[in-house]
Design a protein around this ligand. Structure first.
Ligand code: ATP
Ligand code: ZN
Length: 318
């Protein structure tokens, strides 16, 4: 995503990232992740989950201090809302949808026969009303719009969801199912930019307290196709997206562990989120890639959290 490798001046030491063995193989051998046979779909060990839990407690401390309302949506959302959101215009390559069998006994026999023959059986499945959630904040906006005007002081939410993106990869940091914790602000342009600034300061502080080297950089989303190039350039020119990058797979291509997005009034206009003064609401979100943060910690400090530096353990376990 970045043309130049960013300069890491962060934590106590230079990142101890080696290129000896693929990181994914190490994670499997150490039992941190459990293979499923499909790239990007893994089981997680108890230790891995505990690290995520502890990290979330740190994030939640800030969210609570801000007075954010906590909501957890399931990992699926209404198909109609994905259609309306424009996700399929920008990221058709990443979207996933839920299909199910809706036939009669005869169709069932044909389905079983197709599977037995190793033939394509997808024609026996029809789209349901559900699609897989691609980002934790997507299910939020229509529910906010349905509740009426956005109050003058703005709205703050603390969200979490399993997300799906069809981007199978051997890099453990690029999963097909992963969790995103997000804080979202909806209000005036000033309120939401101030919110983003606040998190742009907190994010690096938080990761450095865990002895993770990190650097902020302007970024863009992976918009699809030729038209997408222009959208990506616009997003960068206007600095609408920043990422907090940490070396996990390599120092040359650090991984975006947090992202800070300013949507202007895009979602306000799309979903009809209006402020009390009649203006369209602006929105911004900060997304924590929970698996990526855990992987960064395992990469930096080793496969057994019991042996992590005392200072890091203290921040996580108190
Ligand atoms: P990338 O550029 O690496 O594809 P992104 O910019 O598309 O990521 P966002 O849409 O900003 O990511 O998602 C918010 C956060 O979710 C990211 O900062 C990252 O930490 C995490 N994330 C995104 N995609 C994945 C994935 N495939 N596997 C694990 N975590 C992910
Ligand atoms: Zn978001």
């Amino acid at each position: 995503m970045n043309a130049r490798p960013p300069a890491f001046q962060a934590a106590a030491e230079a990142p101890s990232v080696s290129t000896a063995k693929p990181f994914l193989d190490e994670l499997f051998e150490d039992g941190v992740l459990i293979p499923s046979g499909v790239d990007g779909l893994y089981g997680r060990s108890g230790a891995f989950e505990e690290v995520i839990d502890r990290f979330e407690t740190l994030v939640e401390r800030f969210s609570k201090e801000d007075g954010a309302v906590k909501i957890h949506f399931p990992p699926a959302m209404p198909r109609v809302n994905m259609e309306k959101s424009g996700y399929l215009k920008s990221f058709p390559q990443l979207a996933g949808s839920v299909h199910s069998f809706m036939g009669n006994d005869m169709d069932h026999c044909r389905l079983i026969a197709a599977i037995a023959e190793g033939a394509d059986w997808s024609e026996f499945q029809k789209p349901t009303d559900l699609v897989l959630t691609p980002a934790a904040c997507y299910p939020l906006y229509p529910t906010v719009a349905a509740k009426g005007a956005v109050p003058a002081e703005g709205l703050l939410f603390d969200l979490k969801s399993y997300c799906f993106r069809h981007e199978p990869s051997k890099e453990p940091t690029r999963m097909q199912f992963f969790r995103m914790r997000e804080n979202v602000c909806i209000g005036t342009a000033e309120q939401v930019t101030e919110f983003r600034e606040r998190w742009l300061a907190r994010g690096p502080e938080l990761l450095r307290s865990l002895d993770l080297p990190c650097v902020l950089d302007v970024a863009n989303d992976p918009f699809f196709g030729r038209g997408g190039k222009l959208m990506a350039r616009n997003q960068r020119d206007q600095q609408l997206k920043f990422e907090l990058l940490v070396p996990v797979n390599s120092v040359e291509n650090p991984t975006a562990c947090l992202s800070f997005n300013y949507h202007q009034d895009h979602f306000g206009t799309l979903w009809g989120m209006t402020r009390e003064d009649g203006e369209k609401a602006h929105s911004a979100c900060v997304g924590f890639g929970l698996e990526r943060i855990a992987l960064a910690l395992f990469r930096q400090h080793g496969s057994d959290p019991a042996t992590w530096p005392e200072a890091v353990r203290k921040v996580l376990w108190g």
